[in-house]
Design a protein around this ligand. Structure first.
Ligand code: NDP
Length: 282
């Protein structure tokens, strides 16, 4: 039976570590890290995410600033708010909750955030540093996955790692981080000819396609380490991952669950990135 990698517990550990570092910073330097989260519009899921980020900030002792803006906010107005936050000494992390309304160009928004305050790791400068093997802020979901693997004692060197999905926020940065850890990496996507042939080779399989339970038992080999990034809502309302847990877990040596796996890690890594930004600025 597979070992379950408990994302809730590891995320709690990370928040606890961050909280302790914040206390020390406060005592020794009188500094408190500050995170600003900007939400444009009233997408219900985004509202929930922003609320949870504020909760996390409170738990670790950060200053948290929420900027909730109406959906009709102009691109220029949003850019000006970001520029103000760029020069605000109380704020070391800035995050714009995506997606933004259609009339706003998300690339322009991300490129306006000071790369030193880009705690999501999406600015082209931070993407470039990751590609060059000299990372600064790294995207939270894949860096959270690395933490889960590290804290489970899994050495990636020489392993066949397969990433299903090539998005800029998960698949691509995940592949780069696995490569940096000396795994042999394959990235799959919708044009991959025979997905099962590739996934069966995997010692480590990262499923980030956003397709409910698409990874079946006959697509993996015995002993595989499986990380399920997917968050898919079934018609019944149940939240499931991209991995058919009932079929895959009996073959896996390690596996994450949905919920309780990657999701809490993404949030915890945002706290860690913000702490790092504050340490770099101090
Ligand atoms: P995107 O939709 O941006 O990317 C999905 C990727 O998966 C694409 O590259 C796509 O290929 C590929 N893909 C889709 N279907 C298949 C298939 N049948 N076979 C092979 N590849 C496929 O999604 P994200 O990367 O943003 O997110 C992926 C999933 O992870 C979603 O369920 C999302 O909700 C979840 N997520 C979870 C997070 C967490 O914290 N737990 C954080 C971020 C995302 P192509 O490029 O060819 O279209």
């Amino acid at each position: 039976m597979a070992n379950i990698i408990d994302g809730n517990k590891i995320a709690r550990d990370i928040r606890d570590e961050v909280r302790r570092r914040v206390l020390t910073m406060k005592e020794q330097k009188g500094l408190v890290p500050g995170l600003a989260v900007i939400l444009v519009g009233d997408d219900p899921a985004s509202k929930i995410y922003v609320g949870k980020k504020a909760q996390d900030c409170a738990e670790v002792g950060f200053l948290s600033r929420e900027c909730r803006l109406p959906a009709e906010t102009s691109e220029d107005a949003l850019l000006n708010i970001i520029r103000e936050l760029n020069s605000d000494p109380l704020i070391q992390g800035i995050l714009v909750q995506l997606p933004v309304p259609k009339h706003i160009n998300p690339e322009k928004i991300l490129e306006t955030i000071d790369p030193r305050k880009d705690v999501d790791g999406f600015h082209p400068y931070n993407v470039g540093r990751l590609v060059a093997g000299n990372p600064c802020h790294r995207p939270c979901t894949p860096s959270g996955i690395l933490e889960m693997l590290d804290r489970s004692g899994i050495d990636l060197t020489g392993k066949e790692a397969v990433v299903v999905g090539r998005s800029n926020i998960v698949g691509k940065p995940m592949a780069l981080m696995l490569l940096a850890r000396n795994a042999t990496v394959t990235i799959c996507h919708t044009r991959t000819r025979d997905l099962a042939v590739v996934t069966k080779r995997a010692d480590v399989l990262i499923a980030a396609a956003g397709r409910a339970q698409m990874i079946k038992g006959n697509m993996v080999k015995d002993g595989v380490i499986v990380v399920d990034v997917g968050m898919n809502r079934l018609p019944s309302g149940k939240l499931v991952g991209d991995v058919d847990f009932a079929e895959v877990s009996p073959k896996a040596s390690y596996i994450t669950t949905v919920p309780g796996g990657v999701g809490p890690m993404t949030r915890a890594m945002l706290m860690k990135n913000t702490l790092n930004a504050a340490l770099m600025a101090s």
